[in-house]
Design a binder for this molecule. Structure first.
Ligand code: FAD
Length: 238
């Protein structure tokens, strides 16, 4: 029986979350995601399931040999709340479909800003990355300063709205990378594996890595257990 993951919501970062809002094949059909992939591949011979052992073997063969189109028959649609820094990187993945909350329609609220759990240090070997963290005293001081910065920015935002300025312009006073946005994001399993390989990697920024890891652990693995096993064997390890 296929576990119904639709409606499951996972909290992430300080105020973010990830929720599966739809999936293909829909669990109500009783067809598992892995079987949908196998059935798509077997259309070449106008056949379907031949039992678990042969089906799993075929799925592993497909991924090992990069016969990727059957994996595009499975789709995940998420609603996601994440800071802009996460979206900035996520949206580079051109094969996802997105719809985003608009700061032109919806006013931002006072707690719509990301506060990192710790301040990570600049990595010595990778100019893009971070490693370790600053000492506890510096950590607390920087967080205090960030909160004061948010408060001041939000006060200016509200003042600007009260002055009759449009939402699309008042937001110029808000911090850029830390504002939380809600998006709907849809992708097929083939392209999701590509995203997961890049964004679960150690060199991906923490603020997107936690979303990629949650997609994998909480949704991809339970929805597609055979595909996840093959993905770890043939794509993650390569
Ligand atoms: C750790 C890390 C650091 C990064 N740093 C930077 C950076 O400093 N600056 C920066 O600009 N970006 C950066 N990126 C983004 C990166 O360059 C890619 O844009 C992003 O990872 C999306 O990868 P992609 O194009 O393979 O994926 P997708 O856009 O999801 O595309 C999937 C695949 O489809 C194919 N494809 C899609 N569209 C086309 C097309 N138009 N033409 C040909 N093939 C296509 C390609 O095979 C591609 O691999 C970084 C990414 C990572 C993971």
């Amino acid at each position: 029986m296929t576990e119904n993951l639709i409606g499951k919501r996972v909290p992430l970062l300080d105020k973010g979350w990830l929720e599966l809002i739809d999936m293909l094949p829909h669990p109500a059909t009783g067809v598992s995601g892995d079987l949908a992939i196998v059935n798509a591949a077997r259309v070449s011979f106008l056949g379907e399931s031949k039992g678990d052992e042969k089906d799993k073997k075929l799925l592993f063969y497909l991924l090992r040999n990069r016969h990727t189109s059957p994996f595009e028959m499975v789709e995940f649609k998420f609603r996601v709340r994440a800071p802009l820094v996460t979206w900035w990187q996520w949206a580079r993945h051109r094969v996802w479909n997105f719809n985003a909350q608009s700061g032109r329609y919806t006013p931002f609220e006072e707690n719509d800003f990301y506060v990192p759990p710790v301040w990570r240090k600049q990595a010595a070997s990778n100019k893009q990355a971070s490693e370790g963290e600053v000492d506890a005293e510096t950590n607390a001081l920087l967080t205090q300063k960030l909160l004061a910065h948010y408060e001041q920015s939000y006060t200016l935002y509200e003042e600007t709205l009260r002055a009759g300025v449009s939402k699309e312009m008042a937001r110029f006073f808000l911090p850029g990378f830390n504002v939380y946005y809600t998006w709907v994001a849809k992708v097929d399993a083939h392209n999701l594996m590509h995203f997961l390989k890049l964004r679960m990697a150690d060199d991906a920024q923490y603020e997107i890595r936690v979303y990629a890891q949650a997609i994998y652990q909480e949704f991809f693995k339970p929805a597609l257990p055979w595909t996840a096993e093959a993905f770890e064997e043939y794509i993650l390890k390569e």
